[in-house]
Design a protein around this ligand. Structure first.
Ligand code: PGA
Length: 235
């Protein structure tokens, strides 16, 4: 089963850094069948899309956004509607990241509304849930929508800290999420790097990578991780 590997650039990078990022990706990552996704800041979506095409990565790498409007297109100043993303070939959208919940005061209902818009637009939501609130955060999503989502489990303390949640703990939580939410796909995020990606890919369906995704070479190394294939994986 292929794994989902998502680069979340957050509010990092300048326009001039995008081409070098693609240049630094070692093409060896192409040799495996991981599904690679890049979530740049909104202003760079078109540029990243062009780079994907220029590098002939379009069968292997998809575009994602880090957030989306809970409303349809219309009079919502500053919002980006799903309608505008479809034309750019955006395939995934991260919603409910703990940084959005904390700094932008997003509620479970906001996240559920975004999921509804995304599913209507055939964009796969990557719904982030935090350690202490998994049940309520996931339960806010309409039952009918959950199977079409990917859940990203993240412990807030592990994000950007260089101190990832232990694989044992991640494995336990992921089993709980899968038991509760009908075998939904679950990724792990929080200080994933080239040195530990294999361990997490062995126990879950993918990884959400922040800091280490900013360096094209490191991200390429994570994408080329395929030792997990030799062991038992989720099906
Ligand atoms: P990190 O971020 O890899 O820098 O810990 C992960 C995330 O917030 O998704």
């Amino acid at each position: 089963m292929s794994k989902l590997i998502v680069a979340n650039w957050k509010a990092n990078k300048q326009l001039s850094e995008i081409e070098p990022w693609f240049d630094a990706l070692d093409s060896s990552w192409i040799k495996n069948d991981n599904q690679v996704v890049v979530a740049p800041p909104f202003p760079f979506l078109s540029v990243v899309r062009s780079e994907i095409l220029i590098n002939s990565f379009d069968q292997l790498m998809s575009l994602a956004v880090q957030d989306v409007s809970p409303y349809e297109a219309g009079s919502y100043t500053g919002a980006i509607a799903t309608h505008q993303l479809v034309e750019l070939n955006v395939r995934y959208a991260i919603v409910g990241h703990s940084e959005r919940r904390q700094y932008f005061h997003e509620t479970n209902q906001d996240v559920a509304n975004k999921v509804e818009r995304l599913i209507a637009a055939k964009i796969t939501p990557i719904v982030c849930v935090d350690d202490d609130y998994i049940q309520s955060q996931a339960a806010a999503i309409d039952d009918g929508h959950l199977p079409e989502c990917v859940v990203a489990y993240e412990n807030i303390a592990a994000i950007g800290s260089g101190d990832p949640t232990s694989p044992d703990k991640v494995s336990t939580v992921i089993n709980q999420i899968k038991d509760t939410f009908d075998q939904v796909k679950v990724m792990y995020g929080g200080s994933v790097n080239p040195g530990n990606a294999t361990e997490y890919l062995e126990i879950c369906d993918g990884v959400l990578v922040g800091g280490a995704s900013l360096d094209g070479e490191k991200f390429g190394q994570i994408c080329s991780t395929n030792r997990w294939k030799k062991r038992k994986t989720w099906h």
